[in-house]
Write a protein that binds this ligand. Sequence first.
Ligand code: SF4
Length: 378
Amino acid sequence: MKYLEEYRKPEIVRHLVQEIRAITTRPWMIMEVCGGQTHSILKNGIDQILPKEIELVHGPGCPVCVTPLEQIDKALAIARRPEVIFTSFGDMLRVPGSREDLFMVKSAGGDVRVVYSPLDAVQLARENPHRHVVFFAVGFETTAPNNAMAVWQAHREGLRNFSILVSHVLVPPAMKALLSSPRNRVQGYLAAGHVCTVMGWEEYEPIAAQYHVPIVVTGFEPVDILEGVLMTVRQLERGEARVENQYSRVVRREGNRPAQELIRKVFEIAPRKWRGIGEIPASGLRLRPEFRAYDAEVIFDLGELQVEEPAICISGLVLQGLKKPDECPAFGRQCTPQTPLGATMVSSEGACAAYFAYHRQRAEEVREGAEAGKAADA
Ligand code: SF4
């Protein structure tokens, strides 16, 4: 398949690993921002084949994981209302709120539906004029254009029974917040290719200059990630700090201008709370005043909800690259994909879920191999 198989070829992977080994002279810590990249790294064992000097840490780029617990509780409160059809992408349905998740609300009679686009939710609003349709608008810059389009379309048609529950976050302010932290260990970034498809990479240039970190816009296949690591290490070894684009088959410097324009028409920048990290100034989107009639938080006026995170969960430290999932005492014990305590375990892009699926599997293979060896020796 074009643009896929050639980015998974073992001989290219081997060559890139050799190049990384050849230029690495000291330890470097590199953060992949996106949860999709984290999954690709663990699934393909990329972290295992890099030289030991290169440590990859996993960033906050999983939108489900950074959606605050109180926002999930608000979604649950809205979804319980009899007049509401609550719509969402499937990955939000299993994310636990303080006491339940959207699946439980559905099984108790709530009208919760999975949609594949916010425009499907607009269509439901057209078909159900006596119900109120809410779409859970979660995500980074990648999903913002679609959500903006849904609100724009509803506004154009004068639909009054459609709204969105907004939980949009922006990547560059989070990257800056991590670099500003006194605990920061990150020396270079693999930026999320799909976010840059929409936004380009101009806004990363001042970050690279201010914090003196290389930032390489990177794709998601094994060859993409290894090439991104190679470009980052090359800059680090030379003492450089620039933005480079590994994902040039998709991303342009200026990004997708019409999509950016649509986002700006419908949303404005606002402070946002990130689960496990806290509030980051100017790190999110909210609807502009002229579109507030489509804001579910305004319509349902839920106020501030008090929530409590499970004390044992260290997902905040995982999302900041300060701890690895298998350093959590609950990992694989109280917390599994079937019994998730934190969103980094429930989301398919979460680092804890990736460690459970791939690292755990590898650890078990090694253990089984050792046990089989012992049995053969006996
Ligand atoms: S393993 Fe579970 S409890 Fe531990 S950090 Fe991850 S989500 Fe939280």
